[in-house]
Design a protein around this ligand. Structure first.
Ligand code: ZN
Length: 542
């Protein structure tokens, strides 16, 4: 099965997956359709909502309809788009077992002509002990081997489920074993309960544990994720496919889904949506509808909100603004923000997968933006790849100004003349140190920032200076130029503390005296351990 990726941003991607019923563009959300009872028919989903794919439960169809009655699942559901079939894992989680064997699942899916088929796995669940999680992975791998032997139709895309619950090491093992078996799609099982409890940091760990051990050339499906407010987060972590019954389950409880969270119909005065339904009615009118009609209204709006969010996400990938969208969405619930911050523990994976440059600049809001891949890559390159000028023994660190390039060049020349040993570097939030020769490169000159960075960002900038100096022990002193802006004086103070801790010379100077700096002061490091270096910084009085 071919999966072509056309656009990327963060770890999200826009791709096209070939199925026997046509192309499926990802990211995609497949609504869960109960084969026997539907508030919105699959036909309406396809025609009115533009829904190109759905997922249904093969186990329920077989149990209620029997083998002989369904020969073509597209006709049975009256849906011409892509149909995926789950196998009964949810029923196992809920009732303990299903009355169908792993081999029968394969045979049945092949006989009804599903486009995408999930093999029968044994879900771990989120409250399982480690021993039980290990057992479910072992059993799922055994079933995967049996399934591979039983599969006769290669025009169906087969899904290999990853189990292991909330134990990242077991999830990683499960993913490695599934990857060896060469499935067309990989899916992370058991996250539904984790998401219901809003444990998005744990969810991030589970997703990274799986993704790091799977081929990036195959789509990655996150089972049970279907609330619009968390889809951008999941796409940014590399999830391509989603399936969910959230649209109908929430509707039955009178809940109205938005990309900012869940609202209660009973408490609403306005609809924050202009879909074809919401534009025609007020919450008050919907409240007065009979129960079934009210549920249908909410279900259709909820599904529409999910599909709308997928389009918003895709456009943000095209625009190179997925991270900005994720930051905005993560402000809708503290747990989601916690999930976003967990990315800092998976930096190496983020660096490997995200694009290293962009056509557009990036927006930096506050310390949450310190997790964004472009910033993490800048740090990595500064520490791992950058080679300082051989003759440099001191760092002259000055704020990047918004003056014209000509002004900056003359100021830089003035400062460079201080001493041949002074290496001119710039700082501007969130970048604590950028060698001046790299000042025009991405992302340094392409970052929009607020006027005053938050305290955590200033600390992170100073930490960059510390790491840089620790990695380049030939520097013996640091000179920081700053304006009278509060954050710059604070940054200079942090840098001073760092130098004292490392036994390096330090001085700082207000920039209103530039471009004619008091040269003697710049090199006045009385406490400097290496007098020879100090001398080099002092230009002779003329
Ligand atoms: Zn609506």
């Amino acid at each position: 099965m071919s999966f072509e990726i056309s656009q990327r941003d963060v770890l999200g991607r826009i791709g096209t997956f070939e199925t026997k019923s046509g192309k499926l563009e990802t990211p995609a959300l497949l609504p869960v359709v109960n084969p026997l009872a539907q508030e919105i028919s699959p036909h309406v989903m396809f025609e009115r909502l533009g829904c190109k794919a759905l997922i249904t439960n093969a186990y329920l169809i077989r149990r209620r309809a029997g083998n002989a009655e369904v020969t073509n699942i597209h006709d049975f559901l009256d849906f011409p788009g892509v149909i995926a079939t789950d196998s009964g894992a949810y029923q196992i989680l809920r009732y303990g077992e299903v009355e169908i064997s792993p081999l029968e699942v394969i045979q049945y899916k092949e006989s009804v002509g599903t486009d995408i088929g999930v093999i029968l796995d044994l879900p771990t669940g989120s409250r399982a002990s480690k021993a039980h999680a290990t057992d479910t992975v072992k059993e799922t791998i055994k079933r995967a081997d049996e399934a591979q032997k039983a599969i006769t139709r290669r025009d169906i895309a087969w899904v290999g489920p990853i189990q292991g619950g909330t134990y990242p090491d077991i999830v990683a093992h499960s993913a490695r074993e599934m990857a060896k078996r060469g499935f067309d799609i990989y899916a992370l099982g058991s996250p539904t309960e984790v998401m219901e409890q809003y444990l998005f940091a744990d969810l991030a760990d589970m997703i990274f544990a799986a993704k790091m051990n799977l081929p990036s050339s195959a789509p990655f499906h996150l089972f049970g994720a279907g609330h619009p407010f968390m889809l951008a987060f999941a796409v940014a972590l590399g999830c391509d496919l989603f399936d969910s019954a959230a649209y109908i389950l929430y509707a039955r409880r009178g809940r109205y889904l938005t990309s900012g969270g869940t609202m209660h119909l009973t408490q609403m005065e306005y609809f924050p949506c202009r879909c074809s339904l919401c534009a025609r009615r007020t919450p008050n009118e919907v409240r007065s509808l009979p129960l079934l009609e009210r549920t249908q209204f909410l279900a259709e709006h909820n599904l529409s909100a999910c599909l709308q969010e997928i389009e918003t996400i895709k456009e943000s990938i095209v625009e190179g603004r997925l991270w900005e969208l994720v930051e905005a969405r993560c402000r809708s619930h503290p747990s989601l923000l916690e999930g976003l911050r967990r990315i800092s523990e998976h930096k190496s994976h983020v660096i490997c997968g995200a694009p290293s440059t962009k056509r557009k600049g990036i927006f930096f809001f506050d310390s949450t933006s310190l997790q964004r891949p472009e910033y993490v890559m800048y740090l990595e390159r500064l520490v791992r790849d950058y080679e300082r000028p051989k003759a440099a023994t001191a760092v002259l660190l000055m704020p990047a100004t918004r003056q014209s390039p000509k002004d900056k060049a003359s100021m830089r020349m003035e400062l460079t003349n201080v001493d041949r040993g002074a290496h001119v570097c710039l700082y501007s939030p969130p970048y604590g140190l950028v060698p001046s020769e790299l000042a025009d490169t991405f992302p340094f000159m392409h970052t929009e920032i607020p006027g005053e960075p938050d305290p955590e960002t200033i600390k992170a900038m100073a930490e960059t200076v510390r790491i840089y100096l620790a990695n380049n022990i030939a520097y013996r002193s640091l000179v920081v130029i700053h304006s009278n802006k509060h954050w710059q004086t604070r940054f200079a103070r942090f840098c001073g503390n760092i130098c004292r801790g490392m036994g390096l010379g330090f001085s700082c100077h207000s920039d209103h005296k530039l471009p004619n700096p008091p040269i003697e002061e710049l090199g006045n490091h009385r406490k400097h351990p290496n007098k020879a270096v100090s001398k080099k910084l002092i230009r002779k009085k003329s």
